[in-house]
Design a protein around this ligand. Structure first.
Ligand code: ZN
Length: 256
């Protein structure tokens, strides 16, 4: 009987040792996974460099050019940050216009080789797959935060927080970043001088200069920037100039 107890204890000890050993190797494997993930950002960039090189675009020159544009607006807005935070309407309007200029500069600064290889767009798909509602149209409107008549450069689509945002056509990601008015934003370039802009995101799933296909996930809706609730601010620009997005989108299907 004692012998049996001894065997049982030995089996338990061996089993415990195996569990501990497996646990250790798992942790080590996770550590490697983290290293591999960090490296993958470099690998991703290296791959982008090669992909763009194939068509004669210098990826690093494009990235550097955008950095310069961003630094310029950041230096300007630094003076207004406190005023914007204090709710100074004039400062908020200045900041909003500054970000409009940023979008225009980003679009104007793109390498013509990139533009040339994009297929012209005649119609766009809706950028949200789930339930949504157009809560604010394009054009003159009372700004919900600034509380003054201001030109709305896009449409607002109210939806659930964290709704998937999808590319309305094939394109190239020109810019992703966090701005004061737009919040987390994306500028996506399509063919034929068309660009789409997305504001107030929760988070992104794409990177600058990534080529995306129609329907590909770009990020998730949120409530960042000058926003009063979860929604997507969506713009369609032609040669940098805002146009009415509804003219590019198929009619909304309404359910009774
Ligand atoms: Zn809006």
């Amino acid at each position: 009987m004692r012998k049996a107890v001894g065997w049982i204890l030995l089996v338990i000890a061996v089993a415990a040792a195996v569990v501990v050993a497996v646990g250790f190797s798992r942790n080590r494997a996770d550590g490697r996974h983290v290293v591999a993930y960090v490296q993958s950002a470099d690998v991703w960039q290296a791959r982008q460099r090669l992909l763009w090189q194939e068509i004669g675009v210098v990826y690093d020159a494009q990235v550097a050019q955008q950095e310069r544009i961003l630094q310029m607006t950041e230096a300007e807005e630094a003076a207004d940050v406190a005023a914007v935070e204090a709710g100074d309407h004039e400062a908020m309007i200045r900041q909003d216009n500054r970000e409009d200029q940023l979008v225009r500069s980003v679009i104007a600064g793109v390498d013509p080789t990139i533009v040339a290889q994009l297929q012209p767009v005649v119609e766009l798909a809706w950028p949200l797959a789930g339930p949504m509602m157009v809560t604010s149209p394009y054009g003159e409107r009372m700004h919900p935060i600034i509380r003054e008549e201001a030109f709305h450069r896009g449409i607002d689509l109210r939806t659930h927080y964290g709704s998937p945002i999808v590319a309305p056509a094939d394109g190239v990601v020109l810019y992703i970043g966090r701005k004061t008015a737009y919040g987390n934003m994306i500028v996506l370039l399509h063919g034929g001088g068309i660009a789409t802009v997305y504001g107030h995101l929760w988070k992104f799933t794409v990177q600058p200069y990534e080529r995306v296909q129609k329907g590909q996930l770009l990020g998730y809706t949120g409530n960042t920037g000058f926003s009063t609730g979860p929604h997507l601010h969506f713009e369609v620009r032609q040669n940098g100039e805002p146009t009415n997005p509804l003219e590019w989108l198929p009619p909304i299907e309404t359910t009774e």
